[in-house]
Ligand binder design. Sequence first.
Ligand SMILES: [Zn+2]
Length: 85
Amino acid sequence: MATVAEHPVKSTKRSGRRRQVEAPRIVTVYIADDGDIRHTRCESRIAFMGVRGRQELDFYCWTCREHVTLPELVLADIPQRASAR
Ligand SMILES: [Zn+2]
């Protein structure tokens, strides 16, 4: 019979300072004060291209000519800040 872990969140580092498992911080994009999602590197708006595999949202930065893929789950965690432009 399998034993159920007594501590649902286990530290994987010996220091014990590791935080609970969290979604990675979003640094590639941010939501500007006008509501647009912008590419952090160039401050340009990124264009929504579609959904991949029902889990990832695909955006494209026309300035950098680069795809930006975001897991759908992190959308609520995109940081907001004033746009530089
Ligand atoms: Zn860009």
